[in-house]
Design a protein around this ligand. Structure first.
Ligand SMILES: C[S@@+](CC[C@H](N)C(=O)[O-])C[C@H]1O[C@@H](n2cnc3c(N)ncnc32)[C@H](O)[C@@H]1O
Length: 200
């Protein structure tokens, strides 16, 4: 991996740690968990449950090997495709870092909408390229980083609109510029209403 690639993974790891520290959940669900980048920031003493979801079984095996020892029965790894047919268990925090690029904004919003009453806070990171295509010219070669074939660019403004339309209000925004003219754009959301009730 190039220095930039290593740097990006380290920044994503640090952002996951911030997401956990900011919201202090007892339960969290990590979408596109890959090999578990950032799960070292989970303090087992403060957690009841940490769920990781990914469609890549090999990545999940790597995650299992890395974190089962530290997290024990709290860790639930689920091989599944993230789309509107997937139902989450109730969770304080959903972390979705560099996953909307694969799922697509509309499908991700549909997924969030059908799970809205099971999600406390939804924290999303998308990548903005300031001067080139989404995947850097040198491909990520790290096994289990999950960064090898990132799909299409995501406009954070459109994501905010799509999530707003399914009941999530933006509650926080932080941009993390990287040295390679990319920015990791974090947006946090809380649901406005639950099914069966009117908008708060
Ligand atoms: C760029 S990586 C995620 C990086 C990771 N969240 C981090 O912070 O380092 C994207 C991951 O999403 C997974 N993925 C892509 N599309 C998916 C889908 N529709 N459902 C579930 N997982 C998916 C890939 O297998 C990959 O592990």
């Amino acid at each position: 991996m190039s220095d930039a690639e290593v740097g990006q993974l380290q920044r994503l790891r640090a952002i996951t740690a911030e997401q956990l520290a900011d919201h202090r959940p007892r339960s969290a669900t990590v979408l596109g968990v890959a090999g578990g980048n950032g799960l070292d920031a989970v303090d087992p003493a403060r957690f009841d449950e940490i769920v990781g979801i990914d469609l890549n079984a090999e990545y999940l095996e790597a995650c299992e090997a890395r974190y089962r020892g530290a997290l024990g029965d709290r860790l639930h790894l689920i091989e599944a495709r993230i789309d509107r047919s997937l139902r989450l268990s109730e969770t304080d925090l959903v972390i979705a870092n560099l996953i909307v690029e694969y799922v697509g904004v509309d499908e991700f919003a549909a997924f969030a909408g059908v799970n809205a009453d099971r999600i406390g806070v939804l924290s999303v990171v998308v990548q903005r390229n300031d001067d080139e295509g989404f995947v850097s010219r040198t491909e990520y070669t790290s096994a289990f980083s999950g960064l090898a074939s990132v799909s299409s660019d995501v406009d954070a403004g459109r994501l905010v609109e799509a999530l707003d339309a399914v009941g999530f209000t933006e509650i926080g925004a932080v941009d993390h510029p990287l040295p390679n003219r990319k920015t990791l754009v974090r947006r946090d959301f809380r649901r406005r209403w639950t099914s069966g009730s009117s908008e708060a």
